[in-house]
Design a protein around this ligand. Structure first.
Ligand code: FDA
Length: 405
């Protein structure tokens, strides 16, 4: 007689391993199946190898979803503080980098080892690499057909993540299973991803690749899928387009064909370091060259590029007409540009869209139509801002599910 598991978890990444450890320690018989040779690869490469494992300020406002209320229950039941306590139990040294973002001092591998340690405590069985051929529901139990035989289980947890970085084994398997069972899937698209440009406006700035500076960025609009956003973050100019935290954040809200808006002085102005009107109207500036005035608040190379675009390079400020000053100010404080696209799944950190949250119970992550079928982590239509929020969703959704399976 074959063994019946309480839960078979498909995908041993952040959400799957965490859920397995919690459920196992609650006394449940759990099997994790993964097709990868090595588990936790996304965790290993995350945060530049140091894993930004959560954010001190993680709240529902940090997530995009067609139903923004969906995350509330899970995040309330398992907060960033809860995960920090676990990290402390394992004596993993960490530090806060920026706006509540917590990183390991040493290596992301410590988080993988911690998750494996939690699974071991819960006597979780982990099998990989294994190919999962089919999932079906027969005579009140779930059957998981693998290349190593059939597993029987009371429940199945889909935790195969999103589509970014196909080179390390990302697949649409959870989305395919959702569709197989008639669950609606919101079209996936790459997010937290650099934006590329083909417009002439950008070509002028191409020589500036490598420059990084704080900006205010805005993208999306009220009527868009996930609404509008505004961030004060660093922007990085690259050979292919724009990147850096500001652009990655904006990319989640950007829709094809739309412009993004950059105020190159907005972030310094917001910090109260200077007033933009003073810069453009100050009498002391009369004898200075246009680019040198701008260079007091941005890198000289960029200042020159902006002055050049308005034919003001090398011109004394006193010689610049009011109209030209206004045009320059408009260019710098409301630089609108239409990205040609994103750099795609290879460079995206996370997936927008996924299993529609209307199909799931927010307390348990279980399908409303198919009891015993769960979806957790990135495969669900919940996408965090940059800064540790995506891992916090993996932990919180995994925790909610573990209580229910
Ligand atoms: P995850 O991708 O972790 O795990 C999915 C698992 O399913 C994998 O083990 C995979 O092998 C397996 N799988 C896939 N298809 C399968 C199939 N058909 N059969 C069997 N198994 C299958 N987030 C954050 O909060 N802080 C950060 O610092 C970063 N940094 C970062 C950097 C980079 C480069 C990327 C690409 C992403 C990040 N992220 C991040 C995002 C974060 O990594 C991501 O949101 C979580 O890993 C999602 O956890 P999941 O468990 O849902 O998927």
């Amino acid at each position: 007689m074959s063994k019946t598991w309480d839960a078979v978890i498909i995908g041993g990444g952040a959400a799957g391993l965490f859920c397995a450890g919690v459920a196992g320690q609650l006394g449940k018989k759990v099997l994790v199946l993964d097709h990868a040779e090595v588990l936790g690869e996304k965790i290993r490469i995350s945060g530049g190898g140091r894993c930004n494992f959560t954010n001190l300020h993680s709240s529902p406002a940090n997530f995009l979803s067609l139903n923004p209320h969906f995350v509330k229950s899970a995040l309330a039941r398992y907060s960033s503080q809860d995960f920090i306590k676990l990290v402390q139990t394992y004596r993993i040294a960490y530090h806060e980098k920026h706006q509540g973002q917590l990183f390991c001092d040493d290596s992301a591998k410590q988080i993988i080892d911690m998750l494996m340690g939690e699974c071991a405590k819960g006597k979780v069985q982990i099998r990989h690499p294994v190919v999962i051929n089919a999932i079906s529901h027969e005579a009140g139990e779930w059957l998981i057909q693998t290349d190593g035989g059939v597993e029987h289980s009371r429940s199945v947890v889909m935790a195969t993540g999103g589509l970014p970085v196909p080179a390390i084994g990302a697949t649409a398997f959870s989305l395919d299973i959702a569709k197989q069972y008639g669950l609606r899937v919101i079209d996936p698209r790459p997010a937290l991803v650099p934006l590329s440009f083909t417009s002439g406006e950008f070509e002028n700035l191409n020589a500036l690749a490598g420059l990084s500076l704080p900006v205010r960025i805005a993208a999306g609009s009220k009527g868009d899928r996930y609404g509008a956003c505004r961030f004060h973050e660093d922007l990085l100019l690259t050979h292919k387009g724009l990147s850096g935290p500001a652009v990655l954040q904006a990319s989640s809200y950007w829709a094809e064909g739309e412009a993004i808006h950059i105020d190159w002085l907005g972030a310094v102005e917001a910090n109260g370091q200077f007033n933009c009107d003073d810069l453009f109207n100050h009498e002391d500036n009369r004898l200075k060259l246009t680019e040198n005035i701008l260079a007091s608040v941005m890198p000289l190379r960029l200042a020159k590029a902006f002055a050049e675009q308005k034919n003001l390079l090398g011109r004394k400020w006193a010689e610049v007409s009011k109209k030209d000053r206004q045009a320059l100010k408009e260019l710098i404080t409301n630089w609108s540009v239409k990205p040609a696209g994103t750099l795609g799944w290879k460079k995206a950190e996370v997936m927008l869209g996924g299993v529609d949250t209307k199909e799931l119970d927010g307390q348990t992550m279980m399908s409303r139509k198919h009891p015993g079928l769960y979806f957790i982590g990135e495969c669900v239509d919940v996408t965090g801002h940059l800064g540790g929020h995506n891992f916090q969703w993996a932990w919180a959704s995994g925790f909610a599910c573990a209580q229910a399976i």
